[in-house]
Design a protein around this ligand. Sequence first.
Ligand code: FAD
Length: 256
Amino acid sequence: MIKKIDFSKRSSIKIGPIVDVYQIEDINYPKDAILIGSANNLLISPTPPPLMMLSKKFDYIKEESGKLIIGAATPSGKIVSYCRKHNIANFEFLAHLPGTLGGIIKMNAGLKEYEVFNNILAVNIAGELIEKKDIEHGYRYTDINDVIFEAHFKIENGFENKRIEEFKIMRSNQPKEPSAGSCFKNPPNEYAGRLIEEVGLKGKRIGNMSFSSVHANFLVNLGAGTYEEAIFLIEKAKKEIYEKFNIEIEEEIIVI
Ligand SMILES: Cc1cc2nc3c(=O)[nH]c(=O)nc-3n(C[C@H](O)[C@H](O)[C@H](O)COP(=O)(O)OP(=O)(O)OC[C@H]3O[C@@H](n4cnc5c(N)ncnc54)[C@H](O)[C@@H]3O)c2cc1C
């Protein structure tokens, strides 16, 4: 099945064309299409290659043999609601982290020391259940290069509302305008936001895109910002940081 998606509305950064996206129903998916989740970490060009995403069939949460089994199309908010209702711990950090489980696992998304890999047991990748120990993962990185269908987690009791409040406070320095989260990964022992600030690009605006004046590592859309404006700012930051600090910063945003 094909679904038409308007990425200027559906992506978190509010940039992108209206395109047909193949809906994955089972293991028979096109091998040449680019996989997306709910587009919270993406910058999509006006002419992207063919795209695919999991269908709603993979939006589920169940408990089996003492494990929590979650479909990869399940949104983070739904996982938090389920855990709150069933008093399950360790998923509180997802309350302020937009995405679907597949995107969250692929990016090993998280907040400070809380990462989704912390309590994963195994991930179904392209139809095969792979144990956590066999998946390479680190800061905002995994070696997963195929479709995640679902993941199995340990169940620990004790959902903590207090943690949700802590995470909310941690996020209070984030801008309110549309973005795709952090633009660059933090280099080792450094903060990408600080480097952007040091080269004078905090608050720098080109057209309707800007490095936020609230938090420099957020590339924000101030209204009808374009792909070209976003790319211009990304390239400018990379170049100027390299010239001043000899550091090659790497995008966290995925450009498609
Ligand atoms: C306001 C804001 C705040 C954010 N804060 C944080 C934060 O604090 N910490 C953090 O880590 N991230 C943060 N992000 C980024 C984003 O929430 C995460 O990267 C999230 O994992 C994206 O999930 P998604 O479903 O939208 O994936 P997408 O953005 O659609 O895709 C991201 C990547 O995941 C891959 N992918 C998607 N689905 C699957 C699948 N089923 N199988 C395999 N690969 C898949 C895609 O191919 C792509 O490479 C933030 C984003 C926003 C907009």
